[in-house]
Design a protein around this ligand. Sequence first.
Ligand SMILES: Cc1cc2nc3c(=O)[nH]c(=O)nc-3n(C[C@H](O)[C@H](O)[C@H](O)COP(=O)(O)OP(=O)(O)OC[C@H]3O[C@@H](n4cnc5c(N)ncnc54)[C@H](O)[C@@H]3O)c2cc1C
Length: 337
Amino acid sequence: MKKTDVVIIGAGPVGLFAVHQLGIKGLKAVVIDNLDKAGGQCIELYPDKPIYDIPSVPECTGEELTKNLLEQIKPFKTEFFYNERVDEIKQDKDNWIVKTSNNNEFTAPSILIAGGVGSFEPRKLSNKDTGRYEGKSIFYAVKNKEEFKNKNISIFGGGDSALDWALELSKFSKITLIHRRNEFRGAPHTLSEIKKLENEGKISIKTPCQLESLEGVKNLESILIKFDDGKTEKIKTDTILSFFGLVMKLGPIAEWGLNMNKKTIEVNSENFETNKKGIFAAGDICSYPGKLKLILSGFHEVALASVECFKRARPNEKYRFEFTTSSKSIQDRLGKK
Ligand SMILES: Cc1cc2nc3c(=O)[nH]c(=O)nc-3n(C[C@H](O)[C@H](O)[C@H](O)COP(=O)(O)OP(=O)(O)OC[C@H]3O[C@@H](n4cnc5c(N)ncnc54)[C@H](O)[C@@H]3O)c2cc1C
């Protein structure tokens, strides 16, 4: 079990800035996100779109904002746990225990939920029988590409993830790229690389078709795909990778006994604490009178929540308000001379 001062759920812009606000107060945090990277909606939904209302930044994209937030928190050497969903929380006297889908456990006096509109989760294949192969032969993300070596892999999808992984994994596995349309949405230069490999017989492309059924006694052995004209084809497959995009699910957060208002968590806007002592919520997931779902509001919210987290983590110390421009201890924590 890992011990820390605050467990932050969500590595969106608000979770990232929370690391900063806790860090300058001398508090350690861990950040857990179901996605494979930081940035939340900014990176998943609009990485290239310009944002015009971040104070003192006239214009930046979702990706640039994320990059800068990560740069700003570098001095705190925070541990991030990606590809993990927080499933369970339970109280242990004055502390909280947080359990993730990867069976990691954390304990801390405070939890800060910066879960946005819920966890981003893969849209799954809907055929019957897919369930029994999930996690063994069917995957929705590549966590460690070493595990995908020397396989017969069928990749489903037409976007960048499907194309990028088809290209990458073709270096050491046999790839069949399957899409329900003839046109791919991914980057044209990746597609032309893939077409080149197809001509050399190194990748096989099947369109327009969909997964019809799966075969295999214990492990997956082959799949049957069905083309739009009704024809079918059996493909030797021991691994399926499916990239049909992401859906947002509030998921387990709704079951933690917190006061909910539609799909948001009610907080006290003095310190952003929920109805449970030591559990805070900020960013898009919290609600209070006058709440605006803006990044800048989330930044303000974590600044206030971090003060209360300090009091819980250091009950014997007095919290002192300080400016970053003049505080020696903040500057030390930021590694400034
Ligand atoms: C198209 C678009 C344009 C926008 N433009 C602007 C703009 O110009 N200006 C502006 O201020 N705002 C804008 N917004 C809104 C802004 O993106 C959100 O206010 C902001 O992303 C909220 O940040 P957050 O950190 O609270 O949540 P999110 O960005 O949603 O991040 C939450 C993270 O928590 C993770 N998570 C949730 N539950 C769990 C769990 N149980 N376990 C693990 N991880 C979990 C999710 O996977 C996600 O990564 C825009 C939004 C969209 C969709």
